[in-house]
Design a protein around this ligand. Sequence first.
Ligand SMILES: C[S@@+](CC[C@H](N)C(=O)[O-])C[C@H]1O[C@@H](n2cnc3c(N)ncnc32)[C@H](O)[C@@H]1O
Length: 214
Amino acid sequence: MDINRGTCWYSKGCANQMRRAVEETWWAPLDKSGHYGSLIKLLDVAFFEGCKTLIDVGCGVGTLQELPYVREHFTATGVDLPDVVDKAAIPLNPNGHFIRCDIVDDEPDISFLGGYDLVIMNGFIDVMQHPLHVLDRILKHCKGHVLLHRQYLTEGPTYLTMHDSYGGESYASHINRRELDDVLEHNYVGIKRICLRSNEEWPDIYSFLWDVTP
Ligand SMILES: C[S@@+](CC[C@H](N)C(=O)[O-])C[C@H]1O[C@@H](n2cnc3c(N)ncnc32)[C@H](O)[C@@H]1O
């Protein structure tokens, strides 16, 4: 499968750009972003549902695990590409917990995702070239709750756009609402949809909380 190799995430300068974006404050911190409120509400529901451990897939610089709410309520780990973990996440959050892994590569074993009560994808599936395939791959390993945060949905066919991001280009996927449902329903019988929220700032961007406990 063609797996995003041409995107900025695999470029040499990406991790350094991500680190500089934080250090030089070109990037709004997570707790100042327009989607922070919906993220915290869904995390709160997940906590209420009994989740205690979480893994943040495509964690970037690792700010989610530094949020006071997260530190207070969860034991958190982030996973991202090795270069991003080594050159951006660890330098900025030396006390964080990180796993180096290409989550869409067919080789690495990602069954470790099943060891967490909550799997979060925050701005991760939407940057994928094959978003439904990657979501399907991840969900197959999840054994608890899943929070898909910040995903464009469309009533029309699924489509991709490209945009500038961290020294290169990234995909932005807009997923057909019914195709997303098909991935969930055909593969995960018994899935419990707990919450769906549209983003405060951008109404076509959604966040979901699912219970995929077998
Ligand atoms: C749009 S950023 C979101 C970062 C972070 N979740 C946030 O909201 O600030 C997408 C993240 O996905 C990571 N990523 C892209 N492809 C990946 C892959 N194949 N495996 C693991 N992480 C990946 C990138 O390195 C980047 O950190």
